[in-house]
Ligand binder design. Structure first.
Ligand code: GSH
Length: 162
């Protein structure tokens, strides 16, 4: 029987993905709280000991360490014969949404949610600087901004003023 340890912090949606999958597969795991806000994942020691990518979550399975939720979810699906798709089309669909999630939803929306919800001062000025320094602003505008009234950074007036 596999024994799992999940390095997580409670605000982490990525951690929730693995906690949910393990639970739906009927597996128990030991939660390992990580002081993300305190900056531990940015230390060289943590990166050397836990995840060189500097990211949460990390799933330990019988002492082996796995990172990146998409391949971990696929691995668990195969291991426990659940949620893996019944045929080629369903497997394609699963990959399609996992790629979309990693590229668009988690990268952009989760970063925005984290900053807006959990930083001490949800100051959208810093969000604008972040977005303008990356590809985020155009991607936001194209796929979500007009619907959710998220701020964007390049030229157009922001739909949110704070
Ligand atoms: N693609 C990664 C994303 C993981 C991720 O972005 N985790 C956040 C916390 S929920 C993090 O550790 N961010 C720190 C960073 O990107 O440096 C996955 O699916 O596991």
């Amino acid at each position: 029987m596999a024994s799992y340890r999940l390095h997580y912090f409670p605000e982490s949606g990525n951690s929730y993905k693995l906690a949910l999958m393990l639970t739906l597969c009927g597996r128990r795991f030991e939660p390992v709280w990580t002081d993300f806000a305190g900056g531990v994942t940015r230390t060289a020691e943590w990166r050397q000991a836990v995840n060189e990518m500097g990211e949460i979550p990390v799933l330990e399975e019988n002492g082996m360490s796995w990172t990146q939720t998409a391949p971990i979810l696929l691995k668990l699906a195969e291991q426990y014969g659940k949620f893996g798709g019944e045929n080629a089309q369903e497997k394609f669909e699963i990959l399609r949404w996992l790629f979309w999630d990693n590229h668009k939803l988690t990268s952009y929306m989760a970063t925005y949610r984290f900053q807006r919800t959990f930083t001490p001062s949800p100051d959208l000025t810093s969000w604008r600087s972040f977005a303008s320094a990356s590809m985020i602003s155009s991607a936001f505008w194209n796929c979500t901004c007009s619907e959710t009234r998220l701020p964007q950074a390049s030229g157009r007036p922001s739909p949110i003023s704070r």
